[in-house]
Design a protein around this ligand. Structure first.
Ligand SMILES: Nc1ncnc2c1ncn2[C@@H]1O[C@H](COP(=O)(O)OP(=O)(O)OP(=O)(O)O)[C@@H](O)[C@H]1O
Ligand SMILES: [Mg+2]
Length: 255
């Protein structure tokens, strides 16, 4: 459904992503993992068409997304890393605007928006300005906006960011269910525990390059660690978290 071919992005002369290739098929949930600064969001911005790659291409159903970005985006639901919403609109107004731009018929839109707002516990504040929303409330508005038009491709950059326990649980279940329905889902995170449980495939990045990719179980087996945490530390992490913690405590305590 969505293919990245040798994607590369330089910021000035510094490479953020290098030679990234993957093939996201319908029904797959591809977890993109990597430490801070490893190139996850840069990848997301390229595969949503927001950022032009320095090299490489993104194909949707075999066609370069840049040949028809508007057409591609009709099939795309995107949760960005930063919840940049219009602060002066209410949650309901924002979602209605998204629905209208996406061409959802007015007759269905209001009911759909109200039902989703209610299910994500936003109904009481639906008429308040987004400026007054908490971080988790903004994140829920973003999620509704991404799902509203039942897109074929979902691209989620840290979608659980700021969500409380029950909203996070609903979202994890939803992602799994949408995968089973045949959606193609690209899920960026550094929360290993979630990725492990939700994603059928993994793409592990470090300093903009792919360290490992393939079915989640295969990667774990290949590395020989029972949990993804072990796999991840084996592949990616240079730091010893216990040692760093001790050193920070020593410095804080020092007179
Ligand atoms: N607009 C930009 N201009 C210059 N450098 C950038 C820009 N955006 C990202 N970078 C650099 O590219 C690299 C990858 O950043 P990116 O945001 O893709 O990482 P990430 O994996 O999403 O990290 P995080 O887990 O913190 O969200 C980093 O070194 C970052 O400093
Ligand atoms: Mg990021």
């Amino acid at each position: 459904m969505l293919q990245a071919i040798a994607l590369t992005k330089y910021y000035a002369s510094i490479p953020a992503v290098q030679n990234l290739t993957f093939d996201l098929k319908a029904g797959q949930i591809l977890g993109c993992l990597g430490p801070n600064g490893s190139g996850k969001s840069t990848t997301v911005k390229m595969i949503t068409g927001l950022l032009e790659p320095s090299r490489g291409r993104v194909l949707f159903r075999g066609e370069d997304i840049r040949r028809d970005l508007v057409g591609f985006r009709k099939n795309l639901g995107y949760v960005p890393e930063e919840p940049n919403l219009y602060p002066y609109l209410s949650g309901r107004e924002y979602l209605e605007m998204v629905g209208i731009l996406r061409g959802i018929p007015q007759s269905r839109l209001g009911k759909k928006v109200d039902s989703l707002l209610a299910l994500l516990s936003l109904h009481p504040s639906r008429h308040s300005a987004i400026a007054s929303y908490s971080k988790g409330m903004r994140q829920r508005v973003l999620l509704i906006a991404a799902l509203l038009d039942d897109p074929e491709v979902l691209i989620l950059d840290e979608p659980l960011s700021g969500l409380d326990v029950s909203s996070a649980m609903v979202l994890k279940n939803l992602i799994r269910a949408l995968g089973q329905q045949g959606k193609a889902i690209f899920y960026c995170s550094h929360v290993l525990e979630v990725v492990e449980r939700v994603c059928s495939h993994l793409l592990i990045l470090r300093q903009g390059t792919v360290l490992a990719s393939g079915p989640t179980g295969d990667i774990q087996k290949r590395i020989g660690h029972a949990s993804l945490e072990g796999t991840f530390h084996h592949l990616v992490e240079d730091v010893d978290p216990d040692k760093v913690t001790r050193e920070i405590l020593d410095i804080i305590r020092a007179a």
